[in-house]
Design a protein around this ligand. Sequence first.
Ligand SMILES: NC(=O)C1=CN([C@@H]2O[C@H](COP(=O)(O)OP(=O)(O)OC[C@H]3O[C@@H](n4cnc5c(N)ncnc54)[C@H](OP(=O)(O)O)[C@@H]3O)[C@@H](O)[C@H]2O)C=CC1
Ligand SMILES: O=C(O)[C@@H]1CCC=N1
Length: 315
Amino acid sequence: MGYTLCVLGCGTMGIAVLSGVVDSLDIPSRLSNNHHPEKWESHTPGTLTPIAASPGDNTIPSRFIACVKRETSAIKLKSSFASMGGMAQTIEVLASQNVQAVQESDVVLLCCKPQVAHSILSEPGMKEALDGKLLISILAGVTISQLSGWVLPSTKVIRAMPNTPCKIREGMTVVSTIPSSPSEQSDNALILKIFSSIGRCRFLDEKHFDACTALSGSGPAFACIFLEAMADGGVMMGLPRAEALELASQTLQGAARMVLQAGQHPAQIRDAVTTPGGCTIAGLLALEDGKVRSTIARCIQVATERASELGQPKK
Ligand SMILES: NC(=O)C1=CN([C@@H]2O[C@H](COP(=O)(O)OP(=O)(O)OC[C@H]3O[C@@H](n4cnc5c(N)ncnc54)[C@H](OP(=O)(O)O)[C@@H]3O)[C@@H](O)[C@H]2O)C=CC1
Ligand SMILES: O=C(O)[C@@H]1CCC=N1
């Protein structure tokens, strides 16, 4: 028998993570495209390992509970999991029954908004329900030290920063590093199983979490601005909208895979495309005139600064 995984606050991100995990239990091999030897594989333990549905493996979740606040959200969530089919249909959805859900769970994924975490963890009986359990928080800005202060010392608190592509098992998740005593090693294995089944997963020290929140947590939004702008340019030049979007999306995916899978440096990819006196250098100079590099880098800087303020008392 596997363990019970509870998602406390199952909105956009809770749904993304849960959908990805149940999908990986239904179709463990969908990530086969990602199994090629990769540049970072050697120092990215557990990267891209689908959950193997072997009976009796207690590092694999076998029961899922999704918690929301409002009954209306619960109704929508139930129907959305039902329409996904497969294991998603087995997800139990509860409204305003957080303590009961945590009592029945082994691992708790905290996915609420940063500002409601304290009130959820302070519900009567919650501390006791979390006693000795693993609490994984995906909250932006809320530190391990804050979270640890809201639970009993026996609750193991970990931070993870996933992103929305976890829903299609193309996520990027950063997990806070933990010292590796034997029990912590088994927690590491369990956490890796969850997040490497829905994309890439790597451990990094908590001090980097605000930057990771900005770069990979918020990153899909930033990437989509670039993607839309490329498509708009195509539309301006007469391409139909749907085709422009397809060309832009596949081109960004292809370039990113050349970095991740073929291990090429972005500058190498750029230089190979840039024919002397050709059209690419004309486009690149227009981008540089618009200060695109410093604009994008500053975007990550300000998003990091803002992430550090989330879940903190107002000054
Ligand atoms: N969105 C993103 O791309 C990313 C977000 N994050 C982090 O993930 C967290 C969640 O973000 P997101 O998914 O966008 O937020 P959503 O608003 O989509 O989801 C929040 C969920 O919390 C539920 N909730 C609120 N109050 C309670 C309560 N008292 N008890 C139980 N459930 C409750 C809501 O239920 P109801 O609908 O009933 O109100 C809702 O389902 C945030 O902390 C954010 O920092 C991290 C990485 C990426
Ligand atoms: O915008 C936010 O605050 C959250 C955290 C990362 C992505 N979305």
